[in-house]
Design a protein around this ligand. Sequence first.
Ligand code: PAF
Length: 282
Amino acid sequence: MILFRKKSDLIIRRDDLKKNKFKIGLVPTMGALHEGHMSLIKRSIKENDYTIVSIFINPTQFNDKKDLISYPKNLTKDCNYLDSVSKDIIVFAPEISEIYDENLSIKEFNFQGLDKFMEGQHRKGHFNGVGTIVSHLLEIIKPNNAYFGEKDYQQLRIIQQLVIENNFPVNIIGCETIRERDGLALSSRNSKITGSYRKFAGKIFEVINYARINFNSMSLDEIYSHVNNFFDNIENMELEYFTIAESEFLVPVNKKIIDKKYRAFIAVKLQEIRLIDNIALN
Ligand code: PAF
């Protein structure tokens, strides 16, 4: 593992790799690395000559200051973890000033409505922040392939759109969500769930998996009311949204149309920790 903190140093290394026609894979992260990130990194290692993992807690995508302050961070631990996977991994962990001006200026994007519902509706400005950092990273690193988890499915669709709209010459590769034994999707935020609360977190997968299993036999109204009742009966969890949307344009629906693909999206608060997940329904 080799660590770069300065954009200018990384660009020298990138130019060297490009000159030698090496294929570069990028895995953007905010650190606190877990097995979910590792699955993206291992895939990138397999499909590219060099893998660059960016570790940067991007301030502009946090609509909630408290969430930003309490976001788990430990660069040394992350670097040791990466080193145990491969000595060839390149880590880019810039200071904020390497990426942003002092006003933390963000770009405004047209995501063709993909940001209108779910996370976009509940976290104002979040996707412009994500779009800004991802486009900076793509411009700095110029990867051949970039890897994103389906756990953040709306983010994945938005980045696919961003790449089309800005003509970035990169393949965006979506990777399957990695789950704990009880179905909880791996996330850096899971490390903030303490003690006996952990068992409640498995309910998130339980309920979206219920929607998946019953998608053909139940109406969407029946599924929506099951999910709402389910969380009404769990004291420690607050449902922020449960939405069934068409998978490509992410528009919420109340009725199924044959031949269309759908996904269920959910956001829940447990111990004030915001957890999200989604699942393909058909
Ligand atoms: O998914 C994430 O961890 C972040 O949104 C990303 C893509 C690294 C941008 O900060």
